[in-house]
Design a binder for this molecule. Sequence first.
Ligand code: HEM
Length: 470
Amino acid sequence: CLPPGPWPLPFLGNILQIDHQGFLKTFQLLQKKYGEVFTVYLGPRPVVILCGYKAVKEALVDQAEAFSGRGHIAIIDPFFKGRGVAFAHGKSWKVLRQFSQLTMREFGMGKQSIEKQIQEEAQRLVEELQKSQGAHLDPTFFFHSAMANIICTIIFGQCFNNQDPGFLRLLHLMNDISDLSSSFYSQMFEVFSGILKYFPGIHRDVYSKVQEIEDFVIKNIQRHQEMLDPSAPKDFIDSFLVCMDKESSDPESEFHFKNLVYTVVSLFLAGTESSSNTLLHGFVLLLKNPDVVEKVQEEIDRVIGSHHLPALEDRAKMPYTDAVIHEIQRFSDILPLGVPRCVIKDTHFRGYHLPKGTTVYPFLSSVLHDPCHFEKPETFHPGHFLDAEGNFRTQETFIPFSLGRRFCLGESLARSELFLILTSVLQNFTLRSPKALEDIDITPRRNGLGKMPPEFQLCFLPRQGVAPRL
Ligand code: HEM
């Protein structure tokens, strides 16, 4: 039998238990009643929720193979249809994941060259912010553009001008997709997609926006096809095209056009939105905590100074800054429900039986806000990651990138981006809010599949000293 949970109504499932604030609040309330593992019916479909580090690890790590499927996400599934690295299953996913990891590493990730690329983007961002001359601004598209350009260099072998209308359109599309997929409607669509899909609504909006990104990707791939030199692939798309060519006579090959398109769309979306939303949450938290900014800047001045660009090797010498970035990720908890998984075979877990295909939510928020592991779970407190002597202290339960076989494919890239962008900005600017400290609202503007940062304005006031150059 499935884990316990509230009694479902026929077809409507646990609609009566779903809180008006959405799944996050609902799961928090149900966790109090049913404990670490429970079942909730989203419409007619049972979904198993894993709460707390122990349950998430026992499933995603100790039974890694069984829990390695990608679960159903109603608002996005009709588009990806199980294709591309983030949504594929079984052999297809294994091949695409291995290829993506190796190729991302080859064109940057984990290598010196991506560090250079991020440093360049960080400097471009600093220059753009300098132009604002201390006026207050909404930083959203500054961060989106920097993050998108880093992933574009790896995938498309090029970055885009911030004024390019096509690029700006893409950034808006991606932001809208995250926003709409995190809306209350999307959570209701998860429950009632069987009926709602026949009517107009936000799901069609999401679909057409992802389609527009797909069109952009297809055009870009076609340009790559025309210019391909198989002996010297220049980026991710070239490398995939070379594999497609090599395996063109194999009808079972996973290297086909559709998988290329949906892998690129997944990397582009996942690679831009998660990192920039984390940064946005981070900056509003920093605005609200000027004492934290002061300490980070003291560490930057001491370790990096004002004449060098921040580099990854500085991180080990900057325990306070490292702790602040970890705390930003823990507190902002940008994917609170995790990304749904499913069991790829009939699975026994903690005495329950999960039939093949059952959707499972690794409830990451319950781990990142667990009072047994974090002294002040609901407070922004970098001390969670520092010991009594001020050394950086890792926490096993720090899992914003999830665990197991499908843990975030961009983790090392994201960690490098967060460190280099945040230190570069704070090396050059002091942050000021046009609002009084007590009026700065850090409440997320959406709390669904993703936690979307609040809208806010800030001023980047130049600090003294010469801005370092590459
Ligand atoms: C702060 C930034 C980021 C966070 C918090 C984050 C978090 C996550 C999480 C929680 C998952 C779901 C893992 C699971 O199934 O349990 C995931 C998957 C994924 N992430 Fe990230 N991510 C971030 C940045 C990135 C970046 C920069 C990339 C770009 C390469 C990326 C690419 C992916 C991909 C492709 C998957 C799907 C992996 C698979 O299904 O095998 N992510 N991420």
